[in-house]
Design a protein around this ligand. Structure first.
Ligand code: FDP
Length: 335
């Protein structure tokens, strides 16, 4: 006997209603942006489309990870993700240099003749990959900088985060989510497997001003600088929740949608912090700031203003809702 369907009582969120009415794919969103912002050139759009294709390929491999690893000869998924991105981006005329967290050295693909706009694309192909063993969320993080043909490849890459022309991440979780900023707010897309396209589900995302949760590896607490220990005492006394996935993209995504603060301080094991400035901290700092949040390495040191001196440089990270980041900074400044 057919089940009787109960009338839908919960209201559909606005963003999803818009999708049901007329889906905007990432591809059409990029074209829209091109018509709105003259700085979004054809070659830049092709780079975003390469990232979108790579994300679909990697998402498909992540879905099969637990099946494929049954075969012993299987390559590691972070290596596969790296190759997919290098190959897809490498074919785009607009890419001058690719730099991957997985590779020691950046790869110079082509120079930029005068008048030609080319870009450097930096990425962490599969961040948080220890989570794969337990079917947890993992992600790809990317950052796009303008290429300066007059500089050596290394120097062309060593720009502060304020110079990023776009940044974002892809979260391979219960859905595959693509979060993008081109410096004019943050938009979110979800992969619809039935049509094989990323569809826009939210425009101009804003991180909540506050959110009573912190995200940190508390196992390292004893070796955190004193200010972080003071902050954690304060947060626990004020009934904050602790939420830590251990994959930065997944922790960041939760904070972007629900508020809170993400912390990766310096520790005894990682005195400069563990996270990479150019592959992780800068792109996620750009996203959170474009969504109205804050990102600092220390009091008075916004992440985006740090001038890198090495491509693999590490930094402490404090990012999230503005009110929560301020609380952390306040505790760091106390004597
Ligand atoms: P992973 O080593 O699994 O790739 O920088 C990488 C990262 O994960 C982040 O994604 C994550 O936030 C952090 O390291 C987790 O580090 P801890 O295990 O030290 O908490």
């Amino acid at each position: 006997m057919p089940r009787t369907t109960r009338p839908e009582t919960r209201s559909t969120p606005v963003a999803f209603r818009a999708y049901a009415d007329s889906p905007i794919t990432l591809q059409s969103h990029i074209l829209q942006q091109q018509s709105l912002h003259p700085r979004v050139t054809d070659s830049f759009s092709w780079i975003l489309s390469a990232l979108s294709i790579s994300a679909k390929v990697i998402a498909a491999r992540v879905r099969r990870a637990r099946l494929e690893e049954l075969h012993e000869s299987q390559q590691k998924l972070d290596v596969i993700a790296n190759e997919v991105l290098l190959r897809t981006l490498g074919g785009r005329e607009g890419v001058a240099i690719v730099a991957s967290e997985e590779n020691e050295e950046p790869i110079l693909l082509r120079t930029s003749p005068t008048g030609e706009h080319r870009y450097c694309v930096l990425f962490d192909p599969l961040d948080g990959c220890s989570n794969l063993d337990v079917c947890g969320g993992v992600g790809t993080i990317f950052s796009i900088l303008r290429h300066d043909p007059l500089l050596r490849p290394q120097d062309s890459l060593l720009q502060s985060g304020t110079q990023q022309v776009a940044a974002g991440y892809i979260l391979y979780g219960s859905s595959t989510v693509f979060v993008l900023t081109i410096g004019a707010g943050v938009d979110m897309f979800v992969l619809d497997p039935s049509i094989g396209a990323f569809v826009r589900v939210a425009e101009q995302l804003r991180v909540p001003d506050s959110g009573k949760s912190y995200s940190v590896n508390e196992g390292n607490r004893r070796s955190f600088p004193a200010g972080f220990q003071r902050y954690l005492d304060w947060a626990q006394a004020h009934a904050y929740s602790s939420r830590y996935v251990g994959a930065m993209v997944a922790d960041m995504h939760r904070i972007l949608l629900k508020g809170g603060v993400f912390l990766y301080p310096s520790t005894a094991k990682a005195p400069q912090g563990k996270l990479r400035l150019m592959y992780e901290a800068n792109p996620l700092a750009m996203v959170i700031e474009q969504a109205g949040g804050k990102a600092f390495a220390a009091p008075g040191e916004p992440i985006l203003q740090l001038v890198p001196n090495a491509i693999q440089q590490r930094t402490p990270v404090i990012l999230g809702s503005p009110a929560e980041v301020d609380q952390v900074l306040r505790h760091l400044q106390q004597r």
